[in-house]
Design a protein around this ligand. Structure first.
Ligand code: MN
Length: 747
């Protein structure tokens, strides 16, 4: 690609300027040995030669880009020579004849791996979301091998953002919004605050140019007033700190345009009312062991002069944030009635805040408790290890991880756990172990019993309560905010979904037999189409959940337009259903009892052990002294009666339209929550035609068991009620409740 501008290029002059830029890079790279300097020089020579015929959109030689990226790595991230070498070479394999093998031959396998990782991350993600997600995942996978991949990539993106004006407008917008969406949060998470702010500001400049320029203008026009104010505000503090003999530095930092804009939006105030347009930073040069106490002493000096706001005290010195940030923040009132944010930190803390990860490693030996990066990496790896997670889910969950701030809670033994803000006891349970999460029924927070949905507060101490009978359900996804918990619940639900689907499959097979329909893939596909269902697993699942009207099977091939079910040639007797199998044992010589309002002929009563209601499959049993008792086929006593005393059993069925109310008993198991009983009774009272006969509740260690007797007309009505109960928060299972074996019913 040759530059085709109108000004002739002085190539000799250009060469001198390039060399100067490289010298600037060398000056910015501190702590390099002679050998390392040689390697950097070699990387520069190779990149210069490889990119020699290329120019950037702005017209300048391409080599300026890798030099600038390397300089950002050295100066703004404090990275070491290997990263500088990689930054210089980062575009060679993708854009020139240089191969990964060449790189490995000259610079060794570490540099090869980093360049390989960098080459895999495309400049702009494809429109196709799944490709985008997949690439992002690859990027993270590579980071876990070597963090320098993502750091060099961030430097690359920062330089591209700084030079974005020479791009075409539509490309500007795409790159800018992607920067906001992916890279700024990543920089934040890595503790690279200045880079994060600059990325956000630059993307805002292109995505929302009007607002950006407006705020930029206002910042400029108020600069002088601000400086005067700061000088007067700082003066007494400076004098007192000098008097006490501190070695310190005070800086005034104007907030980034994007964070001012965020404040204006969240607080709904104009620019003039954003109180913390700037913050004061007091940086102490103090030995590590005195950091904490010195920060607090300086705090006391500041608050001797100015009144602090207690709600705005942030102590990240005692408890650093997960990304390693440490600082003591307070907001104080100036004599002019203006709030001023003051940040107090040691030089080491400032270094970490400014340079993030790299500085963090530099200090790592001297401070063993700052291993939170490792925890974060472990979390990401954990998610990646999960084979079930689709790539898109991963990005969504990951983003969630990036944007959340954290809260601090404790285990019963006093161990500190950091979780995203908004976490519930479920997030906590899953953070400890997947099985603890899956079996969690509630928790004791500060010795008080709370439901699963309880939102954790800073400083809570938790003891998780578990039960082997517990299972995750869909509702849980609404309670959790951490990516890990979401992931684990989805996985458990998927497994449960498959189990339910297996039941559905059996039900369908039985129905097919009953209606003489061939069990062929064609028939199943025809039904899926008819019921508008996407997958066979879903189809089975919905059948099991009773959400598909299988009664339609009888007429479907006649009624439906293009649905034709292939049926078997009718045989005389259709076997297969559960009921049919049981019926075989029944004395068929006698008449069938018809159970209904106008009963004639037989003297019968409904068995108390299973309380049948219209719609239930039933049979009659002749007792010695109390006439005929009607039982459900799924009565706990049925198997005994039908197998051992079959000669005393009779066929029975419900008379159609028999509108008589019957007692049905329901057992509800769940987690004790305030207002739960109220919600359950409310459901019953709102249902027309259902009367409650009795209700009783027992609670044991957070788990409640409720027994409700209601009057219903048939199973359809009962099922409707059951489904409503199942939807209540905290309810785990709703079943028909059968009384224990009652000898009266059996004799
Ligand atoms: Mn690049």
């Amino acid at each position: 690609m040759q530059y085709d501008g109108h000004t002739p290029i002085d190539l000799e002059q250009e060469r001198i300027e390039i060399l100067n830029a490289f010298k600037g890079l060398l000056r910015a790279t501190k702590d390099r040995s002679r050998d390392e300097t040689k390697l950097i020089r070699k990387a520069f020579d190779i990149a210069l030669e490889a990119h020699k015929d290329m120019r950037r959109k702005s017209g300048e030689p391409y080599i300026y880009h890798p030099i600038s990226v390397a300089r950002i790595c050295a100066e703004e991230m404090g990275l070491e020579p290997t990263a500088i070498v990689c930054a210089l070479l980062h575009d060679t394999v993708e854009d020139t004849h240089i191969t990964l093998q060449d790189i490995e031959d000259i610079f060794g396998v570490t540099v090869r791996k980093i360049i390989d990782g960098l080459t895999k991350i495309p400049e702009v993600f494809d429109e196709n979301t799944s490709i985008q997600a997949e690439n992002f995942r690859k990027m993270i996978l590579t980071i876990s091998d070597d963090f320098r991949v993502v750091l060099v990539k961030l430097a690359d993106r920062l330089h591209n953002m700084r030079t974005l004006s020479s791009m075409k407008p539509e490309k500007q917008l795409k790159i800018a919004s992607e920067t906001k969406f992916l890279y700024a949060p990543l920089a934040h998470r890595l503790g690279l605050y200045p880079i994060k702010s600059e990325l956000e500001d630059l993307s805002m400049k292109y995505c929302e140019p009007e607002v950006y320029q407006q705020i930029e203008g206002k910042l400029k026009s108020t600069q002088d007033v601000r400086n005067r104010f700061i000088r007067r505000f700082v003066a007494p503090i400076r004098t007192e700190l000098q008097h006490q003999g501190y070695d310190f530095d005070i800086k005034a930092r104007t907030k980034s345009i994007s964070s001012i804009w965020r404040k204006m939006q969240t607080k709904d105030v104009p620019f003039e009312e954003v109180f913390d347009v700037f913050a004061l930073r007091i940086i102490l040069n103090t030995p590590h062991e005195r950091e904490k106490s010195d920060c607090w002493r300086v705090y006391s000096v500041v608050t001797d002069f100015y009144q602090p706001s207690p709600e705005r005290l942030r102590d990240w010195v005692s408890t650093p944030r997960a990304n390693g940030y440490e600082s003591l923040h307070t907001t104080v009132m100036s004599p002019q009635g203006r709030w001023v944010e003051v940040q107090i930190r040691s030089k080491r803390m400032d270094d970490i805040a400014e340079h993030g990860l790299a500085a963090h490693y530099k200090y790592k030996e001297s401070n063993s408790e700052t291993n939170k990066f490792d925890r974060w990496i472990a979390e990401i790896r954990d998610l990646l290890d999960n084979p079930d997670s689709s790539a898109l889910d991963f990005v969504n969950d990951f983003k969630l991880n990036l944007f959340n701030d954290e809260i601090y809670v404790f285990t019963p033994k006093g161990e500190l756990r950091v979780l995203p803000t908004g976490s519930t006891i479920l997030d906590f349970a899953y953070d400890i172990h997947t099985q603890i999460g899956n079996k969690c029924i509630g928790a004791k927070v500060n010795n008080r019993l709370v439901p699963l949905s309880y939102e954790l507060q800073n400083g809570d101490q938790l003891e998780i309560l578990t039960s082997n009978k517990q299972k995750p359900n869909d509702e849980w996804l609404r309670f959790v905010v951490s990516a890990k918990a979401k992931q684990r619940i989805k996985q458990a639900l998927n497994e449960a979904h498959k189990l339910v689907a297996a039941d559905g499959k059996e039900i369908l097979e039985r129905k097919f037999k009953q209606h003489n329909i061939r069990n062929t893939p064609e028939n199943i596909r025809a039904l899926e189409k008819h019921f508008h269902i996407d997958t066979t697993t879903n189809f089975y699942y919905k059948i099991a959940k009773g959400k598909i009207d299988l009664a339609q099977l009888r007429e479907l091939n006649v009624v439906a337009g293009n649905i034709i079910l292939e049926r078997k040639i009718r045989s005389k007797k259709i076997k297969g259903s559960e009921e049919d199998l049981l019926n075989e044992g029944i004395n068929t010589d006698t008449d069938t009892i018809i159970i209904g309002e106008d009963f004639k002929g037989f003297d019968y009563t409904l068995a108390k052990c299973c309380s049948p209601i219209p719609g239930d499959s039933i049979f009659g049993f002749i007792t010695i002294s109390s006439g005929i008792k009607i039982h459900r086929f799924n009565c706990p006593n049925a198997v005994h009666l039908l197998s051992k005393l079959a000669y005393r059993c009779l066929k029975a069925r419900w008379q159609n339209n028999a509108l008589v109310e019957r007692v049905a008993a329901i057992r509800i198991i769940g987690i004790d929550q305030i207002g739960l009983v109220n919600r359950l009774t409310e459901i019953i009272s709102k249902q027309n035609n259902i009367n409650m006969k009795s209700i009783s509740f027992e609670t044991n260690d957070g788990v409640f068991e409720g027994r409700i007797k209601v009057l219903v007309f048939d199973t359809a009505q009962l099922e409707q009620l059951t489904r409503k109960f199942e939807q209540v928060e905290g309810v785990k299972s709703v079943t028909r409740w059968d009384a224990a074996v009652d000898s009266e019913e059996l004799s």
